[in-house]
Design a protein around this ligand. Structure first.
Ligand code: GUN
Ligand code: ZN
Length: 435
C-alpha cells in the first residue's frame, strides 16, 4: 500500500441530484479528503480524519475548495487550434475552418503534439474526464488514448466516421472505418481508464451504410459509447431532412440505425420537438449542452427546463473548437445566461451537478468518478474561489453581510472563474497540474 494522504480544505461534492434533495449536497468548511493508492478512502471533518489517520501525509489546501474534477462531455481535441474563428454558422464554419484543421491529423507527429497540449489544457482548467472527438484518422484516436493512458486518465474518445458531404481527404468508407474502429476497440477499450466512443460525426456526413457500420460495431461491443451531433443549427436540420427524406425528424435517423441508446451522447440538441425530447428521455440517452459554442455559432438556446421536464439527462460540454473556452466555469456561466434567456434561472447546484456527478451518472461512470464517495478514483481539483479581484470584493461583501454560503461560492465561480481558479488538478491521486 502506498502512503496515505490527507488533503485539507473545503470538501464539496454531490451524493445525488441537488434537484431531488438538498441533502445530496456535501460541503464542509474544515474538512479533508483522504486518498490512498489513487482512490478516495473517505472525505470528512479534518479534525476527525487527522486523528483517525495520524500517519497520513498532510497537504494543506485550507482556504480552497476540494471538488471532483470536471467532466467535459463534448469537445473536439483536433480543434484545439481553431477556437474563435470569425463569422460563420455551423455548415460554413465546418467547411472553412474545421475540415482543413482536422486534415493535419493524418500526421502522427501532429497528433502527438496536439494530444499533449490538449491534455495539459484540460488539466489547467480542472477537467479530469473528457468525451472527445478525434479526427477521421485512426491514428488521432490511437495517440490520444496513448497519452491519456500515461496519466491514468478516464478518457473517452473515438475516431470520427464520416463518408459524405465533406472533402475527400476527410472521408473514410464504411468498410475501412469499421475495420479501423474494431482495431481501436481491441487495442484501447477499457485499457487503463480509456473507453471507446463510436463517433459518427452527424447525420449530414454519414451515409446509411456508415450508420449501419456504427450499429454493427455497437452491437458487438455494447459497453462502448456512441457520440454524435443532433439538431444544432436550423440549416443543418433542413439539410438532414433532404438527405433522409423518409425520416420523420432528425432524431429518427439515429433511431433507425440503433444509435439512440443509454450510452449515446447527443451534442447540442437545440431544435427539438416534444416528441424528440420524449424519445431521448425514454432511451436514457444524454444531451450535451454546449453554451459557449451555441452562442459563438449563433446556433440557438438549449432548453434545459423542457429537457428536465421531459426526463432527459443533460450534461455539459465546452465543444472546443466552436466553443470558446476550455473552462467549465465559463461554460456553466454561459449556460446560466442561456437559461436566463429561456426564463429558467438555473441554480449553481444544478450547473455544477451537471458537470460532475450528474454527468458521471449519465455515463454509467459514477462508481469511478464524479464524487468523493469511498472507492472512487481520486480525480479532484483544488479551487481558489478568490482568484480575481472581482471575486475577492464579492467575498468580502458577502462575508460582511453574513450571506456567504456554498451556493454563493459556486455561483461566484461560474460567473467569474477561469483557469486561474484551478490551484491544482489530481488524477488518480497524482498531481498533473499546479499553479
Ligand atoms: N457538427 C458536425 N461536426 C461538428 C463540429 O465539428 N462542431 C460542431 N459544433 N458541430 C458539428
Ligand atoms: Zn461538436
Amino acid at each position: 500500500m502506498n502512503e496515505m494522504k490527507l488533503y485539507l480544505g473545503e470538501v464539496f461534492y454531490f451524493t445525488d441530484s441537488p434537484l431531488l434533495s438538498a441533502e445530496n449536497i456535501v460541503y464542509e468548511p474544515d474538512s479533508a479528503l483522504c486518498v490512498c493508492d489513487g482512490l478516495v478512502v473517505e472525505a470528512g471533518t479534518s479534525a476527525i480524519l487527522l486523528q483517525k489517520y495520524p500517519k497520513a501525509e498532510v497537504v494543506d489546501y485550507q482556504g480552497s475548495v476540494l471538488m471532483p474534477g470536471f467532466i467535459d462531455a463534448h469537445l473536439h481535441y483536433v480543434q484545439t487550434e481553431i477556437t474563435g474563428m470569425y463569422g460563420r454558422q455551423l455548415l460554413d464554419w465546418l467547411n472553412q475552418y474545421t475540415f482543413p484543421a482536422e486534415r493535419a491529423f493524418a500526421d502522427t507527429d501532429h497528433c502527438r503534439e496536439i494530444s499533449h497540449a490538449f491534455l495539459k489544457e484540460l488539466f489547467r482548467n480542472g477537467t479530469t474526464t473528457a468525451v472527445a472527438f478525434s479526427s477521421v484518422h485512426p491514428q488521432s484516436a490511437d495517440i490520444l488514448f496513448e497519452e491519456a493512458f500515461r496519466y491514468n486518465m478516464c478518457m473517452l474518445t473515438g475516431k470520427v466516421q464520416m463518408d459524405q458531404e465533406a472533402p475527400e481527404y476527410l472521408c473514410d468508407t464504411p468498410e475501412q472505418g469499421e475495420a479501423d474502429v474494431r482495431a481501436l476497440i481491441q487495442k484501447w477499450h477499457r485499457k487503463g481508464r480509456n473507453k471507446y466512443v463510436i463517433t459518427p460525426r452527424f447525420a449530414v456526413s454519414c451515409s446509411p451504410a456508415e450508420l449501419e457500420a456504427c450499429q454493427r460495431i455497437h452491437a458487438d461491443y455494447p459497453d462502448t459509447y456512441i457520440q454524435t451531433h443532433l439538431s444544432e443549427n436550423k440549416g443543418e436540420v433542413d439539410f438532414v431532412r433532404t438527405l433522409y427524406p423518409d425520416s420523420p425528424d432528425y432524431l429518427s435517423v439515429y433511431e433507425k440505425y440503433g444509435l439512440l441508446t443509454d450510452r449515446t451522447l447527443l451534442a447540442h440538441a437545440i431544435h427539438l420537438s416534444d416528441s424528440e425530447r420524449k424519445r431521448i428521455a425514454k432511451a436514457q440517452a444524454i444531451a450535451v449542452h454546449c453554451p459557449t459554442s451555441n452562442g459563438f455559432l449563433g446556433s440557438g438556446l438549449y432548453e434545459m427546463e423542457k429537457a428536465n421536464e421531459a426526463g432527459m439527462q443533460t450534461v455539459m460540454g465546452t465543444d472546443i473548437g466552436a466553443g470558446t473556452s476550455f473552462s467549465i466555469f465559463h461554460t456553466l456561466g454561459a449556460a446560466y445566461q442561456v437559461q436566463q434567456l429561456n426564463g429558467y434561472p438555473m441554480s449553481a447546484f444544478e450547473a455544477f451537478y451537471k458537470a460532475t456527478l450528474g454527468s458521471a451518472k449519465a455515463l454509467h461512470l459514477d462508481q469511478e468518478i464524479g464524487s468523493f464517495l469511498p472507492g472512487r478514483m481520486a480525480d479532484f481539483i483544488v479551487v481558489d474561489y478568490n482568484s480575481t479581484f472581482a471575486q475577492l470584493y464579492r467575498y468580502e461583501y458577502l462575508k460582511r453581510t453574513q450571506a456567504w454560503n456554498i451556493e454563493n461560492l459556486l455561483f461566484g465561480l461560474m460567473t467569474h472563474a477561469d483557469d486561474r481558479a484551478v490551484r491544482a488538478t489530481y488524477i488518480a491521486g497524482q498531481c498533473v497540474h499546479e499553479r
